[in-house]
Design a protein around this ligand. Structure first.
Ligand SMILES: Nc1ncnc2c1ncn2[C@@H]1O[C@H](COP(=O)(O)OP(=O)(O)O)[C@@H](O)[C@H]1O
Ligand SMILES: [Mg+2]
Length: 457
């Protein structure tokens, strides 16, 4: 099973992660920008120092000298944060003054007046070095003057710039993060409120959730819940009505049973007792029939509520067997049962027990309400429009009644027989379960035709 995803966590991460990413990117670029401008500023200063030293290189009779009094050297070197180094060397004379250990570039690598910046190390200190070339007149000899400085000032300046740029950004991140967090919490509150509201509802409260109580985005959810509530509400009402009807239907034969039993007990002749017992049997038959019908309805409802497991059912075999079962009942009323079906099997996906029940109810009605001495025909039509048809030549059903006969417990007034008005409701329920089309045709005077058309298998 998938781990349930937290909407809040998703929103928070989707909103905060890009923010953190932007701040990190900002920090990275600030670092390089700070480094660049710090270097630029201090390099310029270093270059000035190198140039001022280069001015102290003089030429005397074809011979270059560098004269800087020790006090001037001390002033030059004085710096309370960084250490400064320098080195003067010439082509001919080699090292002339300063720190001999200072690494310097090869003379040839310097183009005339262009200073050369490099990084190096002296006495274990990392330094930035600038080298300039000077050629004191009238001598033609080149003198290389290099000045180096440790990086402390640069580092502290970079840190200052970075802090100045980053601190507000981090602060901004926290403020925005806080607002995102509270915003998401507040945004999700209607969902929590809705859950609380639903949890507090009574199990019989099917009133819709009002649009005014929920934000726009949640309405599609509440509309679906409202739909469900409405359907549940009407199912409950239908079921309640059904139970009331069933109880009412049972009460009549049971009251008859009681009355006849009392009569039988008080009978003073065997004939009177026998008559009462016949009535008892009659009432017991009605109760038995009613309970069977109720069970069939309950069963087909249960099947329709769980995903039905249909198997291939042969309509020809089913119809033939049903006809054989019902033929004796037909003969009792002098009704002939005809059967017409293709030779080959006509298979549909279905529940065999329920389909048999469907056909039984149609045959029961046709025999019960058909004219004695009449004819009933049961036919099966082949696929793809596989269909079951039960037709009789009885009194028919008027158009106004045709709409009502499929309702539960509905009987046409004055109908004979032991029915309780559930037969055709069962037929409809089973047809619906099989996604079959159920149609009744009758001109209201002679004959009724019930047709159930199944979808192609
Ligand atoms: N083949 C038929 N011919 C005439 N009327 C019929 C036929 N089938 C059903 N009906 C009418 O439809 C009504 C409902 O049928 P049904 O639901 O089976 O209930 P029940 O048979 O218990 O009365 C019956 O009362 C009857 O009047
Ligand atoms: Mg019936």
């Amino acid at each position: 099973m998938n781990k349930p995803q937290s909407l809040r966590r998703q929103l928070l991460s989707k909103l905060t992660l890009p923010l953190v990413f932007v701040v990190l990117l900002g920090a990275g670029s600030s670092y390089f920008v700070a480094m660049h401008y710090t270097d630029l500023a201090y390099d310029r200063w270093l270059l000035d120092s190198a140039k001022s030293l280069a001015q102290e290189v003089h030429a005397k009779q074809n011979h270059v000298t560098f004269d800087l009094p020790p006090i001037a050297v001390e002033v030059f070197r004085w710096d309370d944060v960084d250490k400064t180094f320098f080195k003067v060397e010439s082509q001919g004379e080699g090292f002339m003054a300063g720190d001999a250990d200072l690494p310097s570039p090869a003379l040839a690598s310097l183009k005339n007046n262009e200073p050369l910046f490099s990084n190096g190390e002296i006495d274990g200190h990392e330094v930035r070095i600038v080298s300039v070339l000077t050629r004191p007149m009238p001598s033609s000899e080149s003198v290389l003057v290099s000045v180096a400085e440790t990086l402390n000032k640069r580092y502290s300046m970079m840190t200052e710039i970075l802090l100045a740029v980053l601190l507000p950004q981090v602060l901004l991140l926290f403020i925005t993060g806080f607002h995102v967090w509270t915003g998401v919490k507040r945004g999700l509150r209607p969902l929590n409120d809705l859950a609380g509201h639903l949890a507090e509802r009574s199990a019989r409260d099917f009133n819709p959730i009002l649009d005014a109580d929920v934000p726009l985005e949640v309405r599609s959810l509440t509309h679906t819940i409202n739909d469900l509530l409405q359907r549940l509400g009407s199912t409950l009402i239908t079921q309640q009505r059904f139970i009331e009807n069933a109880a009412h239907q049972l009460r009549t034969p049971l009251a008859g049973l009681k009355l006849q039993a009392e009569r039988a007990l008080g009978a003073d002749s065997p004939e009177a007792m026998k008559a009462a017992l016949w009535h008892i049997k009659h009432a017991a038959d009605r109760v038995a029939h009613l309970s069977t019908q109720l069970l069939v309805l309950a069963r087909s409802e249960a099947v329709s509520q769980s995903a039905p497991e249909f198997k291939a059912v042969d309509l020809v075999k089913l119809a033939r067997e049903s006809c054989m079962d019902w033929a004796p009942r037909g003969l009792d009323r002098d009704i002939e049962l005809g059967f017409d079906a293709p030779d080959a099997a006509v298979k549909v996906a279905g529940d065999e027990v329920l389909l048999r029940e469907l056909l039984s109810n149609l045959l029961d009605n046709a025999i019960c309400y058909g004219n004695s001495g009449g004819h009933i025909s049961v036919s099966v039509q082949p696929s793809p429009q596989a269909a079951l048809i039960v037709e009789d030549d009885g009194p028919g059903i008027s158009a106004s009644e045709q709409e009502k006969i499929f309702e539960r417990f509905y009987r046409v007034q004055g109908s004979q027989g032991e029915g309780c008005g559930l037969g055709l409701a069962i037929v409809k329920e089973i047809a619906d379960l099989h996604a079959a089309r159920l149609a009744v045709t009758s001109d209201g005077t002679t004959g009724t035709r019930f047709q159930i058309v199944f979808g192609a298998e």
